[in-house]
Design a protein around this ligand. Structure first.
Ligand code: NAP
Ligand code: F7E
Length: 333
């Protein structure tokens, strides 16, 4: 029975990856940090099937212990402060968890089980102020947030441990992926939760920042499959994982509100732009408080390498992603 250690198991991707590995008969271990409230986040339903290990990405000893206890054949490093906007509020912490934490985990692997295979959750945010459209593995990086800068360090240290010590280490450069388990602060879930709440009469209006930001959105269930595939290859490598389609935040709102039974009409420009329902009520408006100090205007990935070399293909379309999220939030509220 192969053994896998997942950091970030309480988050969106960690929970879907744990389900995938359990379905493939892995023994799954998950690193969990202490919080003021007990619980396993998005993996609560897996608590009988996962062995949870206390630890923290900022604490080397706990990572060495996690490697020793699990003796993992595959290590998936999904732990991060993953909310870009908050990385300006806590930049040191972004660096400690998302950057130096990767080195700590690689060192733990090197000392405890250097033959273990390692997956690093790299990100399209490293492309930031994009130098090429669409972005692929060879596109130069230009991160635009403390989050993106920290992740770029994590990306390069992963490559460096591959080249320095021969560790089977892969970077998955994943573009935005969402789901019914997405954190409520990310724009997609903020929209689907609001569409559901407005539909049920519990909220009047949704306030957003940059409606023109463009993202390449897929479903987490599809993307965790790519993570696993990377660690099953003969050689370690880095891959872009993306849908190959781009949509604006405005488009996402339009599809979500339509699904919730409220088609929107858009009018105005910039800070005055609004989305209005059939009865003329403003349902979406812009609030400058949600703009970022430096924006990433467009992320648009080319997944050709992952498709050709890994045989990966996304199965859940953009429209289906939005429908699933809205339907879930309508049913839950
Ligand atoms: P998420 O839902 O925010 O989950 C992040 C996980 O990291 C949580 O389990 C969190 O634990 C854990 N974590 C944070 N700080 C930690 C620490 N100091 N020690 C141990 N664990 C810690 O994120 P996600 O969407 O699943 O993303 C997974 C990974 O992929 C992240 O590294 C993210 O940066 C990266 N990524 C995500 C996307 C995307 O679109 N989703 C795209 C590219 C890359 P708590 O529950 O204790 O907070
Ligand atoms: O923002 C704009 C915002 O916070 C998307 C993380 O998983 O993907 C994610 O990072 C866009 C941005 O995700 C609001 O300005 C407008 O342009 O959902 P988001 P993100 O920043 O793209 C990457 C690949 C990761 O690696 C990250 O971990 O939407 N936007 N209005 C807004 N965003 C938010 N959150 N809230 C708004 O009101």
């Amino acid at each position: 029975m192969p053994k896998a250690l997942i950091t970030g198991i309480t988050g969106q991707d960690g929970s879907y990856l744990a389900e995938l590995l359990i379905s493939k008969n892995y023994e799954v271990f998950g690193l969990v940090r202490r919080k003021s409230q007990l619980g396993y986040g998005q993996s609560e339903h897996l608590k009988e099937r996962v062995t949870f290990i206390d630890g923290d990405m900022t604490d080397t000893t706990s990572l060495v212990k996690a490697m020793t206890i699990s003796s993992a054949d595959e290590v998936y490093n999904l732990a991060a402060n993953s909310f870009v906007a908050s990385s300006w509020n806590a930049p040191d912490s972004a660096a400690e968890i998302n950057a130096v934490g990767v080195t700590k985990l690689l060192e733990a692997i090197r000392f405890v089980k250097p033959e273990a295979r390692f997956y690093q959750a790299s990100t399209s945010e490293m492309f930031g102020l994009v130098q090429e459209i669409p972005q692929k593995e060879t596109t130069p990086f230009y991160p635009r947030s403390p989050y993106g800068v920290a992740k770029l360090y994590g990306h390069w240290i992963t490559k460096n441990y591959r080249e320095s010590y021969g560790i089977f280490a892969c970077n998955g450069i994943l573009f935005n992926h969402e789901s019914e388990r997405r954190g409520a602060e990310f724009v997609t879930r903020k929209i689907t939760l609001a569409a559901a709440a407005i539909c049920k009469g519990r909220q009047e209006v949704l306030e957003l920042g940059n409606l023109s930001a463009q993202r390449d959105w897929g479903h987490s269930e599809d993307y965790v499959r790519a993570m696993w595939l990377m660690l099953q290859q003969d050689e370690p490598d880095d891959y872009v994982v993306a849908s190959g389609e781009v949509h604006t935040v405005r488009d996402f709102c339009a599809v979500a509100f339509e699904r919730a039974g409220m088609a929107l009409t858009w009018s105005g420009e910039g800070l005055d732009e609004t989305g209005t329902d059939k009865a003329g009520r403003v349902r979406v408006r812009v609030n400058p408080a949600f703009f970022r100090p430096a924006e990433v205007d467009i992320l648009f990935g080319d997944p050709s390498k992952a498709e050709q070399k890994l045989g990966w293909k996304r199965e859940i379309s953009f429209e289906r992603l939005v429908e699933r999220m809205v339907d879930h939030d309508l049913a839950a509220n």
